[in-house]
Design a protein around this ligand. Structure first.
Ligand SMILES: [Zn+2]
Ligand SMILES: [Zn+2]
Length: 236
């Protein structure tokens, strides 16, 4: 029989109201990410005159879409299974939201654009920094790849949120049906059982390969997770 855990209820309510300081960092993350993206794009555009540049950039863009989905799965799995919520910075911004999400999947829908995507922008900054360090004249594929991963991944949490919304925007429904972003039915598998499958949440394209190779489970067999699996959370 279900019972009301008051401590859990209080923690959940607190998680629904982002603190002003968190929001400040999320705004800072979004602004920094936008500025760095424009800067990096500005370094790529002049290289379009290189022989074969268009093909190189196209190849890097395709790789980036798969890489960003895989990265979303690795990050999601790592924060679901390892670490604790009191780890500085990572705990409150990433580990706690991922774990709370298993208990209250619908809470992800109640946030505005900055609250939903600000932390992902912060997480994407190292990718942009890596792209800015490299020389696009000689490493165009890698510079474009880092730019592409950051671009296709920064709305991951938005796509995840739309997968839980009862009435997402029409453009989201269209993109979900085409499979370009995370499909709600596909994502439901993560929220069934012990929340230990279909970790990739940008578009879910890498989930079949990840599930078939059981790469996360193999890693867990060598390095036991620090938390138990969540069991029987509500499905939505
Ligand atoms: Zn999860
Ligand atoms: Zn979810």
């Amino acid at each position: 029989m279900k019972y009301l855990n008051i401590n859990h209820l209080l923690i959940t309510i607190a998680a629904m109201e982002p603190s002003p300081s968190n929001l400040k960092y999320q705004w800072l993350g979004l602004i920094s990410w936008t500025a760095a993206s424009i800067w990096l794009l500005g370094s790529i555009i002049p290289e379009l005159t290189q022989p074969g540049a268009v093909w190189l950039i196209t190849a890097s863009a395709i790789c980036a879409i798969f890489c960003s989905d895989l990265l979303s799965g690795i990050i999601h799995w790592a924060f679901d299974r390892y670490g604790t919520e009191d780890i500085p910075i990572l705990g409150p911004s990433f580990i706690k939201p991922f774990r709370d999400h298993h208990t209250n999947p619908q809470d992800i829908c109640g946030h505005n654009f900055v609250e939903t995507n600000g932390d992902t922008c912060i997480a994407g900054m190292p990718l942009l920094a890596a792209g800015l360090i490299l020389d696009p004249a000689h490493q165009l594929f890698w510079v474009s790849l880092f730019f592409g991963i950051s671009m296709s991944g920064f709305l991951t949490n938005q796509f995840h949120s739309w997968a839980h919304e009862e009435n997402p925007p029409k453009v989201a429904i269209f993109l979900q049906k085409t499979g370009l972003i995370l499909n709600p039915e596909h994502h439901k598998k993560h929220h069934s059982g012990e929340c230990d499958s279909n970790y990739c949440i940008t578009n879910g394209w890498m989930n079949p390969l990840v599930e078939r190779t059981r790469i996360f489970q193999r890693f867990e067999a060598i390095f036991p997770p620090t938390v138990q699996k969540d069991s029987k959370p509500p499905v939505q």
